[in-house]
Design a binder for this molecule. Sequence first.
Ligand SMILES: Cc1ncc(COP(=O)(O)O)c(C=O)c1O
Length: 349
Amino acid sequence: MKERSIAAMLRGQKKHISFHTPGHKRAGADITELSYSDCLLSPQGILKEAQEQIALILGAERSFLLTDGSTSGVFSMLWALRSAGARLVAAPVFSHPSFLNACKVFGLEAVPIPLRTKFGIPLQPSPQEAEEALLKADALFCTSPDYYGNFPDLAALSSLCKREKKPLLLDGAHGGHLHFTPSLYAGSYADLWVDGVHKSLPALTQGAVVSAKTEQWGPLLEEGVKMFRTSSPSYPIMASVEYAVTFPRNLPIERAANAFKTQYGCVNNADWTKLLVPFGEKCNEAQRFLEGRGVYPEFNDGNYLMFYLSPCTKAGELKKLGRLLKKLPRGGVEENAPAGVISMYREGL
Ligand SMILES: Cc1ncc(COP(=O)(O)O)c(C=O)c1O
């Protein structure tokens, strides 16, 4: 950890009498915006430095710390888009509910890219499908990677948007770990993007970052974050986001995860952090068996159990998962799973 960081500032606090929020008064790191701890609405000190360092790492012109999840990042991006004059946004129908909610709030109209699935998994839009929708819209919004660890053709979407002179917005709620892999990283392609740092990096829940690629978008995005972020930002969350974004790459676990996918018949997706094990109708039985042995999956969608990894996953944890998976019978996946993530998102839209 570098010498000047939010965490170092918190550690270096001197004992003092607190006549300020939060009501529990200085329980360790959970402080408020004081003369020495900067102010997120108008950062001049340690938070400004943290945001600048994060922007440098993520390849952004401006990056903003979020303590309210990627949801507030999606709202802020769409606010920036609306302020730039857009009215119609092309997006896959399996986009996260925060996308449609923000559209409703801002009077933006979604131009839907229809859902196709394969083996019960939503497919990312093809460049042709994205083009068809984008020609009727002012911007393109995609999720990259999605909850199933799949990516759209980012290079093709970026060229398409450049050709049409329309912005590309990427929801990277599940891609905070990808800044190490420029070819898959949202920030290599998007005008505006969000990194859900708390999902795939070691940040506290709700820790996220929203970024703008160029100065053209910086002030509009800033206007958005000032509206959709809490005015009482959590210092533990902000310190954890800074820590997570600077967390080193863990190549051994990435390699072990990719080998695991082949060894245990996982879906061959491109994101190493998302292990999708097909159990079909045996999903519930498998989940009960694993949880009875202290192993909890991220989700059970009626076709697959998904195990979410991060650079903090330990090799021993993967080994234990592998040992248990060997004991479990697999079922057949159905195109329309009875329950699950896709249907949850469909309801959202
Ligand atoms: C694709 C996608 N976008 C946005 C979000 C919202 O993220 P958060 O829960 O951090 O607000 C989620 C949450 O699951 C998501 O899956």
